[in-house]
Design a protein around this ligand. Sequence first.
Ligand SMILES: Cc1ncc(COP(=O)(O)O)c(C=O)c1O
Length: 438
Amino acid sequence: MNALAPNMDHHWLPFTNNRLFKQEPQVFARAQGVRYWTPEGREILDGSSGLFCCAAGHGRPEIADVVHRQLMTLDYTPHFQRAAPVSFEFAQRLAALLPPGLDRLFFGNSGSEAVDSAVKICLAYHRARGQGQRSRFVSRNWAYHGVNIGGTSLAGMVNNRRDYSGVTFDTLHMRHTWSEEQRYTRGQPESGADKADDLEDLCRLHGGETIAAVFIEPVAGSIGTIVPPKGYLEKLRATCDKYGILLVFDEVITGFGRTGAAFAAQEFKVTPDLITMAKALTNGAIPMSAVAVHRDIQAAVIDAAKGDRPELFHGYTYSAHPVACAAGLAALDIYRDEGLFARGQAMSPKLLDLVFGLRNLPQVTDLRGYGMIAGIQLKPGANPGEKGSLVQRLLFDAGLHVKATGDALIFAPAFVVEEDELARMGEVLQKVLGRGDI
Ligand SMILES: Cc1ncc(COP(=O)(O)O)c(C=O)c1O
């Protein structure tokens, strides 16, 4: 068999039109910095940090080296009643980056697992405090919180929940925050904080005392980058406090400098009770996720447990996998030593200039952006999602990888991107989005 063209029948690709993919495969064989290469050796610039994971760029030897070393020192340890030094070190380093108080870390392997873990921790907390009636969750339309049962229940993107109704739990949805008057807003929109009043309405309708937690992506990423209106997150925080509801920020995309500060909680100066994170936690090199939990929440759960039993009946075989922890420590070292969050902040105006320079192109109907993430809304095709899929393929053919979601592109390069690389990405976007014939 030709090594460049393996048999593709057996791998069922996730979130993919598999029939189309097999007709027009888009395969990456190698990566370095902000570049991929196809098996044929064609260069493709990475305009989405893979899937918003590789904030420090691809192929970092610092991570590869510690991963190899960790594999040869301690390749695996269970974390049920056992542990390894590396996970404590990693948790301590993460705690130092997080908002004060959110310094207890629970590890998993994916953003979806972090969300499910956070759901259970919220329920365990309320139960520990004698408030087991709090079983409902609040999310919002267009939300993406992964694809496990928790994330599917919280989902606000229709296709991600429609077929799975039998397994989802009771979730109330607020409206999303986008509106017509926000079209082409750079940064935080002035209007839309009133959408947070939906939470007050839900509390009045269902009883605030029946709600366990509100899950929010501070910047709604997977729908195509919806930036929170000024005052919106603050209002949600106040309503949660009023009714004793936990506020969870899902920072799987926004964590680790994507909005400027280490976490969006710090960038927008609103402190939630829990933060979920994944992706750039290890620079995407090894699957890993974490939930940062306020120390009072952990204390309540631990203090409520009686006798010799686990306090939280939850965990994964690969929770805090030592190799993932080692990769995460190396990623944190890179972020610190290269000042990458500050570099992302410095690059952000250039990225947003590039994106907002696409405004008058025939395929563009809206632009949004904050920090090192931007959404490019496309003129829709005959059916929802078709234009996004087509444009994603045309960009690949023209030498640029960008994640499409429905009819939007999510442009979020690595923070190490150089200005000339950014400019080259912009040229490809101009060329493809400038086409009037698609
Ligand atoms: C906000 C948010 N939560 C959860 C997830 C799920 O993460 P994973 O795909 O690692 O399960 C994602 C993935 O993009 C996400 O953007």
